[in-house]
Ligand binder design. Structure first.
Ligand code: GRF
Length: 190
């Protein structure tokens, strides 16, 4: 069976990456994770290392400006030749060079029901606003901040006693299977 190559970009603990890797171990999984790239020494890289998957760190601080970082990111991703690029908790906006190179083939997961609460603090902002329902969105990446086409969403109830951490953990527990589901669908060759 030919599997569709994907690259995953992370910044954090990599629970979404771990879910993608776990699903990829199933014999009928339509995708294979061919590399994981981070913008920092993300603890989540350990999930890839222990699975024997190539990792690379492309730090903004190691480049003279954002455009140079963006070009380095394109080179790192291109070297892995993926069909799909999955931003799974990647806490940087990708720039025009990345969009030119992989536009239409990049997806992102966001811990809120877009178009509400875009940006880096989706959980905190939803809690501060006092919404009773929030959730997770998997979207196509475009040039805006979490403005791309919505591919899938799941709602999560906000409880009175929620903190940002408890709410985010409940969101993550639905985010992981949702992301795996979307990636499976996008990588299934029909
Ligand atoms: C996820 O909830 C993602 O949507 C958000 O940050 C979290 C990353 O979690 N941007 P992890 O690194 O996959 O555990």
């Amino acid at each position: 069976m030919t599997r569709t190559p994907i690259v995953v970009l992370i910044s954090g603990t990599g629970s979404n990456l771990a879910a993608l890797l776990s699903a990829a171990r199933e014999p009928e999984c339509p995708y294979v994770v061919v590399g994981v790239i981070a913008d920092r020494d993300a603890t989540g890289l350990d999930h890839a290392r222990s699975a024997g998957i190539p990792t690379e760190v492309v730090r903004l601080a190691d480049h003279p400006d954002r455009a140079a970082w963006d070009r380095a990111l394109v080179a790192a991703v291109r070297a892995l030749d993926p069909q799909l690029v999955v931003l799974a908790g990647f806490m940087k906006l990708v720039g025009p060079q990345v969009l030119d190179a992989f536009g239409g083939r990049i997806i992102n997961t966001h811990p809120a029901l877009l178009p509400s609460f875009p940006g880096a603090h989706g959980v905190q902002d939803a809690l501060a606003h006092g919404v009773k329902i929030t959730g997770v969105s998997v979207i196509e990446v475009d040039a805006g901040v979490d403005t791309g086409r919505i591919l899938a969403q799941v709602a999560v109830e906000v409880l009175d006693e929620d903190t940002e951490d408890t709410l985010h953990e409940r969101i993550k527990s639905v985010e992981q299977p949702l992301l795996v589901d979307v990636v499976r669908k996008l990588t299934t060759i029909r």
